[in-house]
Design a protein around this ligand. Structure first.
Ligand code: SF4
Length: 369
């Protein structure tokens, strides 16, 4: 079983914090779908049993594609893979692409989950981030999705923005009022090759301090948990039954095939990624790089992703995949963290309590092989 990720690396406007691989050359967009299908045909063998559990269109901005083009990719995937177990097909969308007519056409496709990059409901924050929508437009986009019949909706928000901390409560209130099934909440990070990185280097932006970060993290955690969301991964909250199936598969170490310029793929043996530029890609040139993965790589990857989830490390799974000696090693290293309440052991799972997720890096690194 595996998941399929399709990367749409185009954005109309570049957000000030973003260092994902994306380009603004919209003239290339019409050539993209035929190449995505061509690459998928070439790479289908990467998934040994050809069985998928979810499909995810990420970006960039997948909602720049006409819904019918998205459906073309899904239809080809159904021919190439066994999709009988696929329950979730997600598209990431920008609120201002979700006009009435677009949403109606999207509702006629197989897409059954929409993940909206809202980030904030505060217009000053949105302007600071160089987003192309307002808070009210984001609320209207969610309302249109509901009216069109979408029930599986996720929204992204960002906190930890210096100078705007007092506006976070209003964003949380408006996020909760939308009553969507899933919320992803990320702390703003300053990456070098971004507008914010430049502002920081010039001394025109100072990131928030550790104490403020923790306060805002807990404000988000407490507000969402009080509203009935389960904090099931460091950045993810879900109402009952609304956990992201695609992302949860990543965290369980399930194999995935990534299609598109910049997309990564992961199997038992290796990790590969397509290094083509969007221009090369749209001309049908697919270039790859990769690395072999050892058992230690797999174990470390599992420790890292599992400890960021509410369930934590399944010691039974570690025993069956990596041997009893690995379980003993993990338990030995975990002892001092358990004493400090930074780790808990219950029902053969080793996990970090959700309110300590933000401080989890030191714990995770200490358990690496
Ligand atoms: S829309 Fe998303 S991918 Fe595009 S620049 Fe903004 S954050 Fe980055």
């Amino acid at each position: 079983m595996a998941t399929l990720y399709i990367h749409i690396p185009f954005c109309r406007r570049i957000c000030s914090y973003c260092d994902f691989y994306r380009v603004g050359a919209m003239s290339l967009l019409p050539n993209l779908v035929p190449q995505l299908i061509a690459e998928m045909e070439q790479r289908a063998e990467y998934i040994a049993d050809k069985r998928l559990t979810s499909i995810y269109f990420g970006g960039g901005t997948p909602s720049l594609l006409p819904p019918e083009e998205i459906e073309r990719v899904i239809s080809r995937a159904r021919e190439l893979f066994d999709c009988s177990a696929v329950e979730e097909i997600t598209i990431e969308a920008n609120p201002d692409d979700l006009m009435e007519e677009y949403v109606a056409r999207l509702a006629a496709t197989s897409v059954n989950r929409v993940s909206l990059g809202i980030q904030s409901f505060d217009d000053a924050v949105l302007e600071f981030m160089n987003r192309r929508h307002t808070g009210v437009e984001a609320e209207e986009a969610v309302a249109r999705l509901y009216r069109a019949g979408f029930r599986n909706i996720s929204i992204d928000i960002i906190f930890g923005i210096a100078g705007y901390g007092d506006r976070l409560a209003d964003t949380l209130r408006r996020a909760i009022a939308l009553d969507v099934g899933h919320v992803s909440a990320y702390h703003l990070t300053i990456e070098e090759n971004t507008r914010l990185g430049l502002l920081e280097r010039r001394g025109e932006y100072q990131p928030v301090g550790e104490e403020r970060s923790e306060e805002e993290y807990l404000a988000v955690h407490n507000a969402l948990v009080a509203a009935g969301y389960e904090h099931y991964e460091v950045s993810n909250y879900a109402k009952p039954g609304c956990r992201a199936k695609h992302n949860s598969a990543y965290w369980r170490g399930v194999e995935y095939l990534g299609i598109g310029a910049g997309a990564h793929s992961f199997s038992r043996d290796n990790r590969t990624w397509c290094v083509s530029s969007a221009k090369e890609y749209c001309e049908g040139v697919f270039r790859y790089e990769g690395e072999e993965l050892s058992e230690a790589d797999h174990l470390n990857e599992y420790v890292m992703t599992a400890l960021r989830t509410a369930e934590g490390i399944d010691l039974g799974l570690v025993a069956s995949r990596f041997g009893d000696s690995e379980v003993e090693r993990l338990l030995r290293l975990a002892e001092s963290w358990i004493e400090a309440s930074a780790l808990k052991l219950k029902n053969n799972y080793l996990y970090i309590p959700a309110e300590r997720f933000l401080l989890s890096d030191a714990v995770i690194e200490s358990l690496f092989l």
